[in-house]
Design a protein around this ligand. Sequence first.
Ligand SMILES: [Zn+2]
Length: 330
Amino acid sequence: MSHKAVFGVDIGGTKLRVGLVDEHFEIVDALVTQDHCWLSPHEMLDFVVAQVTTLRHRYLHHRVLGCGVGYPGPINFFKGTTFSYSNLRGSGWEGVSLSNLLSTQINLPVWIDNDANLAGLAEVYFGAGQGFSHCVYLTISTGLGGAIFVDGKLYRGFLGYAGEFGHMVVDSHGAYCKCGNRGCLMSLLSGLGIEKLVQEDPACRFIFTPEENPTLCVQKLVELAARGDRVALEVIQPLIQYLQIAFLNVIEILNPEVIVVGGSLGKALLRHFVTPVEEYLLAHLPIEVVKHTVIREARLGDYNGVLGGALLAFQELEKGGEKDKKEKHK
Ligand SMILES: [Zn+2]
């Protein structure tokens, strides 16, 4: 008997994961690479097609029905087309019809959504967001993204642009962001933002040697600060403030029941600095609201994007099936 399955693809800012996921949401197999960040859209498509084809040939007895893809940047979900910029380092990502191009090459229906939307979707179905109707998912790693769930459903907005928490302006004189604006949360509070801070803040010379890998510096900075290192705490202080402002704004606008925080940096910050965040919220919001807002660490691991992609594909296939049934009965 053939097993039903879909592909879940997570094009991350650092790693690219392609997984074959069965109808019970078990990841049958997955490939992980990290040589994709500088690729052009067409090179990226060839790269993804090669990974999908490898898995397809390994599991010929699986009946693959579709593919859900997480893209690291804003995307018009309804058209499957990218907006003007992405968190990838290569160029030419403006207005690319990703879902059509990929669908033609792998001969499967393809749905593409923002990567944070899909990671959040997986958390709501299988992880820390389970059982909550109103959820905000925030992920902080290389970049910063988020997803909004209203009445249990992913809210995408009019063009699929909703939930771009990374581009919420928190300092109009702050560093320039990839989107062209200044002081976006992502340009300050993310792996890339902290790498820049580590390189530019003179105090960091007391903590890091110039040879140290900037990505590892981000983790070291958080760990040192958590252990009470005076210089690290001073360097990290503005980041804690941005985290406080981010939580405040999210609660002010959306009043979620739960805020799930994912991403390696997000989880580390929450683990060590949730108390100053909670104290700030208590000082700036009605106590009733703070008391009833749960803040949780994401539960799923590195494959949340793959699972989210698979969920999206199965959900859309189901909708298509329902539509076919209704049309047959007309
Ligand atoms: Zn921005």
